[in-house]
Design a protein around this ligand. Structure first.
Ligand code: IPD
Ligand code: CA
Ligand code: CA
Length: 265
């Protein structure tokens, strides 16, 4: 697959930041046994990755704005482009030595995500997509899974942890979906959940309480792999609302229907 100049820029930045994260991930194991644990170290790794991404992308595309989890908003002179970045999605996994985390970069042009990179530097899985040009995993074209029945489907989700909102809603949705699917999974990295829907590993995915940087890239991966994404109300305000339902046409519809049913509506 011949990659566009834009995707090359994004992949180069992700690769460079990924080298640092992979090195730091190797250190985390040694720190597990210390009394303080690796929390401060991981937070520093997260910030370093953020800085590398901002520096590399600014070098290649001066003037583009940023929204990153660690730096927040950086205004740009170019009012039409904005990078939406999570330098380390799956922090809890990283902290616990679980190799399921990713750098997530989405490029927004006039309000629409047009290019996406999700990169796990430990497994070396590189997911890329550009609007209208398909989604790829390490140069292999991706298609969402073909299963049409929720009863046969493996569905990923996110579980709100201590201190997060949405426990009551989730406690209605999970038992409802448990009884209607072949299995529920919780990866711990929203960008990877969406990338795995694009790759056909998961048949669907839903989660609430997300931020734009968790999902900007992953949403485009799913769409470019032929899938459907929406917010839980069926609209297109995923980035603003922080909720997502994803899958092929049939699974998206069925999953959303059951989420509504779970609340007795
Ligand atoms: C988190 C992960 C997780 C999701 C959380 C996110 P972080 O991002 O994507 O899967 O359930 O809502 O905050 O904190 O690891 O960057
Ligand atoms: Ca995240
Ligand atoms: Ca993060």
């Amino acid at each position: 697959m011949a990659r566009s100049a834009l995707l090359n820029v994004m992949v180069n930045a992700a690769t460079k930041a990924g080298r640092g994260l992979a090195r730091d991930f190797g250190e985390v194991e040694n720190l597990q046994v210390s009394v303080k644990g690796p929390a401060d170290f991981v937070s520093a790794a997260d910030h370093r990755a953020d800085e590398v991404l901002i520096a590399e992308l600014t070098k290649a595309r001066p003037g583009y704005a940023f929204l990153t989890e660690e730096t927040g908003t950086v205004e740009g002179t170019d009012k039409t482009h904005r990078w939406i970045i999570d330098p380390l999605d799956g922090t809890t996994n990283f902290l616990h030595g679980i190799p399921i985390f990713a750098i997530s970069i989405g490029l927004e042009r006039e309000g629409q995500i047009v290019a996406a990179v999700v990169f796990n530097p430990v497994t070396n899985e590189l997911y890329v997509a550009e609007r209208g040009a398909g989604a790829f995993l390490n140069d292999r074209r991706l298609r969402v899974a073909k299963r049409n029945e929720l009863a046969d489907a493996v569905i990923a989700t996110g579980i709100p942890n201590r201190g997060r909102k949405g426990h009551a809603e989730f406690n209605k949705e999970l038992p409802h979906l448990m009884q209607r699917t072949a299995g529920i999974r919780r990866c711990g990295a929203a960008s990877i959940d969406l990338a795995w829907v694009a790759a056909g590993r998961f048949d669907g995915y839903w989660e609430r309480g997300l931020k734009a940087w968790d999902i900007a890239a992953g949403l485009l991966l799913v769409e470019e792999a032929g899938g459907i994404v929406s917010d839980i109300d069926g609209g297109k305000n995923m980035l603003g609302d922080g909720s997502v339902v994803a899958g092929n046409n049939a699974i998206h519809k069925a999953l959303r229907g059951e989420l509504v049913a779970a609340h007795g509506a």
